[in-house]
Ligand binder design. Structure first.
Ligand code: MG
Length: 388
């Protein structure tokens, strides 16, 4: 192909390799024969050891110090170098011999390693929402400075990215961000009072980790994606419209200035956007199911009902506020979802915790990285102290 030839990824680092996206990334890497240079995990060292022995990365970092020691002993018979803590994550992201970093860790812990990789001009296959939700201005600003590519892995953003490939910025009129509406679509808040974690994580179309599944049920996930899209594509909140599309066949669309709408369609499988983030600007055959139009019944669309999904509304309001507001909301939500999953907080209280944190903690308009991390921490403490 053209000049992009030298942009081809030759090997990857996967941050958060034992999570849902991490495991799928490794499966894709094996399928397309992409070498894995580094892996990082938090503390699931049994799975990590199996992955490391299979993929033979040069470097593995375990975030939890204690688990790192155990892992080091476990792989003492190999030549794998082992690191730990934030330093280890940063080394895995910025080290020589990797040119694409898949950020599949969850939470604000992904921020520093992502910035380190951007400084080294590595491609970021971005699967960590918090990176842009919390520090979108800083991260995108750094990427512009160094010329590091940011290729989204989230299916909606990958769709938008694909719809915009080869287009001028001025051709875009608005982004149509689609969402299935989750397992409780159309239900009033009163009906959801007694929702259990088991019910909330059962998504109709996608198979995902527990936290993001709950976020999909509350539609906070769509809200986080709204903030992410704003940063990733450099548009204002008014340029993004959320469209409910229960079948998850269209993964998002763009409307161009002349009124033309371009959509990206495919089966709901995260493997597809993951593979594209690794092979971009090329495509190669994948191992996934294909869309079968003879079995597709109908594609339907509706407007979001903000009364029923206040988390989505809250996120859109925070997007407009900017500064640390989205970060506070996201961190408070993350803690609240954790409490909900452990049976310590009611389902409807998730929204209340996030909204209350945003209201009570205020926000800083143009925060630096330290201020962002402090706001993240303050929001977490606030929810633990007031909602546990
Ligand atoms: Mg998504």
């Amino acid at each position: 192909m053209h000049k992009e030839e030298n942009n081809m990824v030759k090997s990857i680092s996967v941050l958060g390799c034992t999570g849902s996206i991490g495991r799928q990334t490794l499966a894709v890497a094996e399928h397309i024969g992409m070498p894995v240079a580094a892996l990082t995990a938090n503390r699931k060292i049994d799975m990590l050891e199996e992955q490391a022995r299979r993929l033979r990365p040069r470097f593995v970092a375990v975030y939890d110090e204690q688990a790192a020691k155990q892992f080091k002993t476990a792989v003492a018979d190999t030549d794998i170098k082992v690191g730990s803590g934030m330093e280890g994550l940063i080394e895995a992201a910025a080290m020589e011999g990797t040119d694409c970093v898949v950020t599949a860790v969850s939470g604000a812990v992904g921020l520093r390693p992502t910035l380190a990789a951007i400084s080294e001009k590595k491609r970021i296959a971005l699967a960590n929402k918090e990176t842009l939700v919390c520090a979108g201005d800083i991260v995108m600003g750094r990427a512009r400075e160094t010329g590091a590519e940011i290729v989204p892995v989230d299916s909606e953003h990958s769709a938008i990215f694909q719809c915009l490939m080869g287009r001028e910025k001025g051709e875009l009129h608005k982004i149509l961000l689609t969402g299935s509406g989750g397992p409780f679509r159309g239900k009033a808040r009163e009906e959801l009072e007694n929702v259990t974690p088991e019910q909330a994580v059962r998504h109709p179309n996608w198979s995902m980790g527990a936290k993001i599944s709950v976020d999909s049920a509350t539609m906070m996930n769509k809200g986080l994606e709204f903030v992410e899209a704003m940063h990733l594509f450099g548009v204002s909140p008014d340029d993004i419209q959320v469209v409910i599309h229960p079948q998850s066949v269209i993964h998002s669309m763009v409307e161009l200035v002349d009124g033309t709408v371009i959509a990206q369609l495919g089966v709901p499988d995260m493997g597809l956007p993951i593979q594209l983030a690794l092979t971009y600007p090329r495509r190669c055959p994948s191992m996934f199911r294909r869309l079968d139009f003879s079995s597709l019944q109908a594609l339907s669309f509706e407007a979001p009902d903000y009364e029923k999904t206040p988390c989505l509304k809250l996120a859109m309001d925070c997007a407009r506020l900017g500064g640390t507001a989205p970060c506070v909301m996201s961190a408070a939500n993350e803690v609240a979802v954790g409490l909900f999953l452990r049976g310590q907080l009611g389902y409807n209280r998730i929204y209340e915790a996030a909204a209350s944190a945003v209201e009570k903690l205020g926000y800083v308009k143009q925060p630096d990285l330290e201020t962002i991390l402090a706001a993240d921490e303050a929001a977490r403490t606030y929810v633990l102290e007031n909602f546990k």
